[in-house]
Design a protein around this ligand. Structure first.
Ligand SMILES: Nc1nc2c(c(=O)[nH]1)N[C@H]1C(S)=C(S)[C@@H](COP(=O)(O)OP(=O)(O)OC[C@H]3O[C@@H](n4cnc5c(=O)[nH]c(N)nc54)[C@H](O)[C@@H]3O)O[C@H]1N2
Ligand SMILES: Nc1nc2c(c(=O)[nH]1)N[C@H]1C(S)=C(S)[C@@H](COP(=O)(O)OP(=O)(O)OC[C@H]3O[C@@H](n4cnc5c(=O)[nH]c(N)nc54)[C@H](O)[C@@H]3O)O[C@H]1N2
Ligand code: SF4
Ligand SMILES: [Mo]
Length: 746
């Protein structure tokens, strides 16, 4: 088949849905994308691509895709929508939001996003242009995704760090400075299905092929666990105890890096005292991991040089996620594996280019202190949690849903939902969020498909462009790269286009600065010295320059990390802080510690007696991104049913066979799932994939595509579960029981 054109671009949602970054080639014929391939010349992915990317054509041209703006014409939940023009849609939003601002203040509108897709820039830009401080992941209990880990790293060494798979150099593994980690701990992550947090999952496989040995910490035998030297089958939510136990072994056996600790850290003696409270025997009882395995894993990790840790969202979802993450970050600092080849390297975006104001510091630079002060006064959760106030510009989701219901301390009247399926995937306690959203006077959803959230509550639905249809850029660590439009589909517009147009209506000053999306992108790209078109013309991506703050290694020795140019780290003391000054300032314990999950055999024995299984939800599927893709035929075929993974011993007790439908329940309700009986889960744990709704079913109320029957988040309670306001969403630790379903469900 001949093609008219091949467009080289970057994968970063919508389409695969992911946190993105790989290079992709789009083959065009007669104005349509007809084939998708990985770009073999791209330094991030070298031609590799996941199933969701390869199925892009089925996603873009799916008959259910929303391709023009819609307004609701029936009652909410009736599913009656009518086509309208973009002008009418945007005029309606402008009028409603302006009225709400006049009557209640701009803080009465929540700007709700989902995970880190190409949305943080456009949505914060719109929220701040309108004047609302409430930019939020609505429903994400405890804000338990990435933020606790980011906060802990900032507090410990003043920067983010990531496993070094050579990703900061275009030569990758062939770079003479690079070394492969001798040992990798994969800690509560399954990096392959979804390239989480800007990390290409197969890089771990690349490292394994070059000799890396694995330690895997997971309640479930994953592909990586089956290939590991040590598999630590942990009780969900107890990672904080394991990390403290490993620190205990490393310190008491003198396995830490004495030079690094002496020269570059402070608070070691405090940490030593705290870690003494966690002898391996005690940790074994907490975590279900045999004492000998804890000791062996600590020795294996600490005696390998270099070694690295790759961790995932279950860390954030542990009780007090930000202290669990702190303990794990201490491990790579204690062992001198920070910012060395093959260790955990400091990650900064190439040239310092960011898509959106990420930290309070950047917010100050961009919007001015006065504006930020006003935002912080009204931001939900900023009063209650110093970390919410001082660390990132997010509102606190658990307090937000309560405020939507009570109107206290001020009313919430509308939601702008863009890249989030609150009721179908993101929100814990689905019923509570349903009730709260129903109270809103006005709800806008910008999405590509209908889903339970649009059906239940949207008044206006705006059709959004996929990765193949938009102009954008990506600056999540490296490379700095552009997203290039190849085709158009219906009247779909990119999130940037939609939000810039509306932002100008709320803040006419912006019209003078940014005529088009390209002007805005060029403004953000300035630090790299290239415009969007120039970057596109030279291949679409660029790596950070040598000897710069955004290029490893050992930048703390070279004075590349601190604003004052001195050696050291960007922390209050300039050192790695084992006892964190920032945590102390935020009213938190400066040292890491362990705390029990909110529901557990230890903390709530009476609940445990009734509900003896720990429900771990949300292990990622290669063919789905959260609640997306269930309507894509190639993908659904691979993973057709909402399942639950159950250990054979539990199946026997319940009296069910593989493939039978079961009921999973607790005091919050019940759901049905098809049992996959398998020894890969711990006998006291069941694993329940999340984000399930059935696009083939009736989307109107009360059915809402079947969510009340199958969405596991019904059984998960909200928080806040953490003293910092960040972490502890009980997505991995709710207690449940399982019984045989009566009658056929199929
Ligand atoms: N039970 C359970 N629940 C969980 C989790 C878990 O582990 N267990 N994990 C939680 C975590 S970590 C997270 S981050 C949240 C994520 O939750 P969400 O980010 O809300 O995830 P999705 O359900 O994929 O919803 C995304 C919606 O946005 C649309 N979309 C995708 N890309 C774009 C885009 O670029 N622009 C626009 N406008 N729309 C787009 C999709 O069609 C979809 O309807 O879920 C949480 N929910
Ligand atoms: N295909 C696909 N890719 C995705 C996503 C998706 O929905 N689909 N979601 C994206 C998002 S927003 C995120 S946050 C990331 C998340 O991706 P990951 O960070 O990999 O998180 P999970 O898949 O929830 O869990 C990873 C592993 O941790 C184990 N685990 C569960 N509970 C615990 C625990 O308490 N302790 C330990 N040590 N292990 C535990 C699970 O069994 C699983 O094997 O993936 C991103 N990428
Ligand atoms: S999940 Fe990985 S392979 Fe798939 S599109 Fe995203 S970055 Fe590329
Ligand atoms: Mo996430």
């Amino acid at each position: 088949m001949g093609y008219d054109n091949v467009v080289t671009t970057t994968a970063w949602s919508p389409g695969p849905g992911c946190h993105g970054g790989c290079g992709v080639k789009l083959y065009i014929k007669n104005g349509k994308v007809v084939k998708v391939e990985g770009d073999e010349n791209h330094p991030f992915s070298q031609g590799r691509a996941c199933p969701r990317l390869l199925a892009l054509t089925q996603y873009m041209y799916h008959p259910d895709r929303i391709t023009y703006p819609l307004k609701r014409v029936g009652a909410r939940g009736e599913g009656k929508f009518e086509r309208i023009t973009w002008d009418e849609a945007l005029d309606t939003v402008e009028e409603k939001f302006s009225n709400i601002k006049a009557e209640y203040g701009p803080e009465s509108v929540l700007f709700c996003q989902g995970t880190g897709r190409d949305i943080g820039g456009p949505i914060s830009f719109l929220a701040y242009s309108y004047g609302s401080p409430n930019w939020i992941q609505l429903g994400l209990a405890g804000h338990s995704c990435y933020t606790p880990r980011l906060g802990a790293m900032m507090a410990t060494h003043g920067d983010y760090a990531v496993l070094d798979a050579g990703q900061f150099s275009e030569k990758r593994y062939a770079d003479p400075e690079y070394e492969v980690p001798k040992v990798i701990i994969i800690w509560g992550q399954n990096p392959m299905p979804g390239c989480p947090d800007g990390f290409f999952g197969h890089w771990i496989v690349d490292c394994m092929k070059r000799g890396s040995k694995l330690i895997v910490v997971d309640p479930r035998w994953t592909w990586f666990a089956s290939r590991s030297e040590k598999f630590l089958q942990i009780r969900p939510g107890t990672d904080g105890a394991l990390a403290m136990g490993m620190i205990n072994v490393i310190i008491s056996e003198d396995l830490y890096d004495q030079e690094f600790v002496k020269n570059w850290t402070e608070g070691f003696d405090d940490l030593k005292r705290r870690a003494a409270e966690y002898p391996p025997q005690k940790v074994a009882a907490i975590t279900w991991i045999p004492e000998a395995d804890i000791i062996a894993a600590a020795r294996l990790y600490a005696s390998a040089k270099p070694a690295a840790i790759q961790w995932g969202v279950p860390i954030d979802k542990c009780p007090e996620g930000s202290t669990v993450a702190q303990a794990i970050a201490h491990l790579w600092c204690l062992t001198g594996n920070l910012d060395v080849p093959g260790g955990n390297v400091i990650a900064r975006p190439a040239y310092g280019v960011t898509t959106y104001p990420f930290s309070t510091q950047e917010m100050h630079e961009l919007y001015g202190e006065e504006f930020v002060r006003r935002l912080n006064e009204k931001r939900i959760g900023a009063k209650e949690f110093a970390m919410v106030r001082n660390f990132r510009g997010w509102a606190q989701p658990d307090l937000a849903v309560k405020q939507m219901l009570t109107g206290d301390p001020y009313p919430i009247k509308a939601c702008w939902i863009q890249t989030s399926n609150v009721l179908g995937g993101q929100a814990a306690d689905t019923a509570l969020h349903y009730e709260a959203l129903k109270k809103m006077e006005f709800v806008v959803v910008a999405d590509l498909f209908h889903n339970p959230t649009t059906m239940a509550v949207a008044d206006i639905v705006l059709p959004v462009a996929s990765i193949a249809e938009k102009e954008s850029f990506r600056s999540w660590w490296v490379p700095l790269q552009v997203i290039v439009p190849a085709v158009e589909v219906g009247e779909c517009r990119s999130d940037w286009e939609i939000n810039l147009e509306l932002a100008k209506r709320f803040n006419p000053e912006l019209a003078k600065r940014y005529g088009s999306v390209k002007d805005l992108i060029n403004d953000r790209l300035k630090p790299c010295g290239l415009t969007y078109d120039e970057l596109k013309a030279q291949g679409g991506w660029i790596m950070p320059p040598e000897n710069s703050a955004s290029r490893p290694y050992r930048r703390y020795e070279k004075g590349l990390l601190r604003p004052d140019g001195k050696p050291g780290f960007r922390t209050p003391t300039g050192k790695v802080e084992f006892a964190s000054k920032s945590y102390e300032e935020w009213g938190l314990d400066s040292l890491p510690y362990y705390s029990e999950p909110p529901e557990s055999e230890v903390r709530t024995p009476e609940v445990y007696k009734k509900y003896p299984l720990v429900m771990v939800t949300g292990r990622r599927s290669s063919v789905y991104f959260h609640s997306e893709h269930r309507m894509i035929p190639w993908l659904r075929e691979c993973d057709p049913y909402p399942i639950v993974e159950i250990h054979p011993s539990v199946a026997e007790q319940v009296g069910i066979d593989d493939g039978e439908w079961v009921v999973i329940e607790n005091d919050r309700g019940s759901i049905k799932r098809k049992a996959k009986v398998t020894p890969i889960v711990h006998p006291k744990v069941i694993s329940v994939p999340h984000g399930w709704w059935l696009p083939e079913e009736d989307g109107c109320e009360p059915n809402l595509f079947g969510i009340w029957d199958i969405n596991c988040n019904k059984l998960v309670h909200i928080g806040p579960g953490a003293k910092s306001g960040y972490g502890g969403g009980a997505y991995k630790t709710a207690l449940v029981r399982v019984k045989k379903a009566n009658g056929a469900v199929e």
